[in-house]
Design a protein around this ligand. Sequence first.
Ligand code: XUL
Length: 541
Amino acid sequence: MSLYLGFDSSTQSLTGIVLEIGGSERRVVFQRSLNFDRDFPHYGTQSGVLPHADPLVATSSPLLWAEALDRFMGILARDSKVDLSRLRAVSGAAQQHGSVYLNIAAAAGLGRLDPRQPLVAQLSGMLSRAEAPIWMDSSTTAQCAAIASAVGGNDALARLTGSRAFERFTGPQIRKYHEQDPSGYAATERIHLVSSFLASLLIGAHAPIEPGDGAGMNLMDLAAGRWSGVAMRATAAGLDRKLPELAPSWSVIGRLSRFWVERYGLPPASVIAWSGDNPCSLIGVGLVTPGRIGISLGTSDTLFGLLRAPRIDPAGASHVFGAATGDYMALVCFKNGSLARERVRDAYGLEWHGFSRLLRDTPPGNRGAIMLPWFEPEVTPPVLEAGVRRYGLDAGDAAANVRAVIEAQMLATARHAGWMGERVVAIHATGGAAQNRAILQVMADVHGAEVRQLAVAESAALGAALRAFHGEQVAQGREIGWEEVVAGFVEPVARVRPDPSSVAVYAGLKPVYAACEAHALGRGPDPTPLVEAFRSGLDPD
Ligand code: XUL
């Protein structure tokens, strides 16, 4: 039986999963996560982010990601107790949009890594920029405006690249670097995404970018699957010479280099192009046909689904990326995911079990109390000035605030997904918080749809491992359908059904939530009368 390794280099951790697959026999044989703050304290990250005076700036360290990869391979070789000579292919997922800047020394240096030396010690001379801006950065509003205007407006940019200009997208980040550090930009020979950077470390050469993650840059012509000359020129001079090539998602981009083979005794397994965490999660939750959606409850919460054609969100809040199947995927990203849940938990001195108990003990609809949990600047809807807004909600009431943060997150997913045009019949839930039944019940009730809880919470790493399997099969000349690829790994372990009376409560609460959001964004009147009317409708006394 063959082994397939999938990684997920996320904001806060590196996870690896090894699958054993032989015909219909399929299982996870190894899984481990390394936490960036805890296991690599010398980088000084907080929740995976380097401290900065400007709250709009968010960066991390490419060296940290590389050191985690090196340590993970050591653990795999030492602790996994599986026969790694059967490892056939490796792929990976990474947080999207983040960019890594390499100088001219990298092309040769990557191919000459010394297996007797730690990886990280050999990389610092290859970076033209020590820090990597990541998806949590919101500091490029001016660059977004400049790029949008140079391509004929945000609608034109969305039609071309799948998204209007977003602060965290790679193009605006590159433009800012070019403006603020022209000599650093000039010394940059190659700009990688986090995914293609880590893939480069595995193969010992510059890796290509695939269209799933490439679509998160505001630089790729989505329909053609090519870098767009117009978008590149609108972003920074000479960018066409600095971007990696684009390659299909299932490409074998190389083999594990001598560094890994000699350092850890791994076989020279095929490396399949790495992608973004969201395109990999789409596979890892089994959304290989349209009609169902996935919700991932991670550092950010995301909602996603497969699209056969690149439909564009008319409100401009969402994105369309490439899918690993060769189709498209819709994605709506909410930055205040676990970030917000953790802040509420900590503000009231709770542990997770206490948080869940309060959620279960409070009534659906929260008596009309609404929180907009924008602890950090929000992506959907776009909010640059962080700050929690409360309507009919007493900040001192722990129970009501616990329910309010979860209800707000679920109401936001329902409100901002309508444009996909899919009637939601089932939701595949994943991510750390998807293990929490009380949260899944709110999800089912707000959407009025069954929620399927999956066995593997780490859907991005699982999806990456499944993509490794698929890519290797394709390379062998075997025609394999995606249903067959994911079979055995994505069947739900539990189903949470919507409760009709709660569904009715949320149908009434949705317009109240919408009015609060509009008011907080400065686009609507004070919603207090609506909050009060909802409350008195629930409780006529
Ligand atoms: C998606 C996004 C986030 C990151 C998180 O557009 O910004 O989901 O990919 O890792």
